[in-house]
Ligand binder design. Structure first.
Ligand SMILES: [Zn+2]
Length: 129
């Protein structure tokens, strides 16, 4: 491991530890002051959530344990805002895979789609001949 890599690993570990200390904060509680590092939520952008539950007032870095490899990873507050407000993910959904597994899944899906499309192409050219 190079020194750059171990430094990155240390920073990553620090971010995970910090995120863990934030885990007890209820972001939907109106009396809670957003801690440093919190990203404020825009409720206009959360209107697609058809829920009677309280919506978060802000996002905090959150530790996610990958469902596939068990790696702990921080799901950054700004990525959560993107997921819920731009990608319109439902407020009850959270990240379940780490970045590496997500990338692997994506590649698997892309490959499957490619095979599928090539199969279709082959079928139609079989018909033409
Ligand atoms: Zn993983």
């Amino acid at each position: 491991m190079t020194s750059t890599q171990s430094k990155t690993a240390r920073l990553k570990q620090g971010r995970i530890l910090r995120a863990k200390t934030l885990a007890g904060i209820d972001a939907t509680d109106p009396s809670v002051t957003p801690p440093p590092g919190a990203v404020l939520a825009d409720h206009k952008e959360l209107a697609h959530n058809n829920t009677y539950g309280r919506l978060p007032r802000f996002y905090l870095d959150k530790v996610v344990v990958c469902r596939q490899c068990g790696t702990e990873e921080v799901w950054p507050a700004e990525r959560q805002k993107w997921w819920y407000e731009v990608a319109k993910g439902h407020i009850n959904t959270t990240a379940v895979l780490c970045r590496a597994c997500r990338e692997k899944e994506k590649q698997k899906k892309d490959a499957a789609r490619r095979v599928h499309l090539e199969g279709l192409k082959k079928k139609s050219s079989d018909r033409e001949t």
